[in-house]
Ligand binder design. Structure first.
Ligand code: GCU
Length: 375
């Protein structure tokens, strides 16, 4: 049944190089580069690769956090490039009972001005710690604002000199900037490798930050496990022949909605031309291979087009299989609410309910990581 659904969707090939030759395990890295180049050119824009030095300063600390079970720190991360210095905060929560815990980097929602408290509203921090994971919370609004409509007046946008008027067609948008901050956070975490198992760092985000965690994880191979929660359009969901109820490029590119500034200007060339795009979101997922990938959907989250998130994941899974890894292991039918397919190196679930990063989602992601850590 799934074969015929995939056929109808007619998604772009993953295992064929741009020159028409077949992709093999030996040429996979070359194919990854091709996929990433297409995604940066047409969707997210090019991530700057200028040399960068990263340092962190612990500016607040609670050594007895969560009933003395954890160390909590606020760390100001400063990047230094030819443009000068830029600083953004992250919060670390490190469980005491585990020596060198694996890490979950959460790209977290927080709008408006920088705040003193960690961005952990509705995040089950204590459960995450009790499961033996360190949590790193990165508030996206402190990296660059999310005011929409091309407000590049602060954060990394101002630092790199991005402007609404002069943005080059493939110059990066805000998803790229948030993803860049996640990679710079990873640079900082490498300096804490004596306390943290940084080789096992997962990145997770919800919705627009699910799009961000996928783009960060696709580009930066230091992320061991890449998790997308309800990321939808411009995230995990293929937009090719998508559901009529799901978001479309014209919503995204609409000057009224204003979220076109998450992407580069080239993105606007394919408004209302979903099926003609020279790239696909399944490519974003495939670029994670052979590392771990988990895509979480919710059955009532029609705007994020859960069926298209599943189809994309299934299509991307062929990259893992070609590389000799178990990809997505799932019954031969579209998933129903409550179904979890997490036995391979690619996980997927269809949660009951609507658009949210819920306890149930966290529990599934943790169980998936636990299994891969042999816990
Ligand atoms: C809007 C947007 C989505 C996005 C979501 C979110 O609904 O259209 O693409 O995922 O916001 O980030 O919550």
């Amino acid at each position: 049944m799934l074969d015929s659904i995939l056929k109808e969707r007619d998604l772009l090939p993953i295992l064929t190089h741009e020159d028409g030759t077949a992709v093999t395990p030996e040429t996979w890295q070359k194919r990854r580069e091709e996929l990433l180049r297409a995604l940066e050119t047409y969707s997210y824009g090019v991530t700057p690769t200028i040399p960068v030095k990263v340092r962190g300063e612990v500016v607040e600390e609670n050594v007895k956090a969560y009933a003395n079970k954890a160390l909590q720190q606020k760390v100001n991360i400063t990047i230094e490039t030819e443009h000068g210095e830029f600083t953004f905060p992250v919060w670390l929560f490190i469980p005491k009972r585990v020596e060198k815990p694996p890490v979950i980097l959460h790209t977290a929602f927080r709008f408006g001005q920088p705040k003193a408290d960690p961005p952990i509203r509705r995040v089950p921090v204590e459960e995450i710690l009790d499961h033996g994971y360190a949590l790193v919370s990165l508030p996206y609004g402190d990296v660059v604002n999310d005011n929409l409509h091309g407000d590049f007046s602060d954060g990394l946008a101002a630092y790199f000199g991005v402007t609404k008027e002069n943005r080059k067609p493939d110059e990066w948008g805000k998803i790229g900037m948030w993803a860049y901050a996640a990679s710079r956070t990873m640079d900082y975490l490498e300096t804490r490798a004596n306390e943290l198992d940084i080789a096992h760092t997962a990145i997770i985000g919800h919705s627009r930050l699910g799009k961000t965690s996928l783009w960060a994880g696709a580009q930066d191979e230091r992320f061991w496990c890449v998790i997308s929660n309800d990321s939808g359009y411009g995230g995990a969901a293929t937009s090719k022949h998508g559901s009529p109820d799901g978001e479309k490029s014209w919503h995204f590119g609409d000057w009224h909605n204003g979220n076109w500034d998450w992407c580069c200007n080239n993105f606007m060339d394919y408004i209302e031309k979903e099926d003609e795009k020279p790239y696909d979101q399944s490519w974003l997922l495939a670029a994670v291979a052979p590392r771990l990938l988990y895509v979480g959907s919710a059955v009532e989250d029609l705007w994020a087009d859960p069926a298209s998130e599943f189809i994309s994941t299934l299509w991307a899974s062929q990259a893992w299989e070609m590389l000799g890894k178990p990809g997505l292991i799932t019954p031969d039918k579209m998933p129903e609410a409550g179904e979890v397919s997490a036995d391979g190196d690619v996980g997927y679930h269809m949660r009951f309910g609507s658009h949210f990063l819920s306890r149930e989602d966290w529990n599934n992601y943790i169980a998936f990581m636990d299994r891969h850590l042999g816990r």
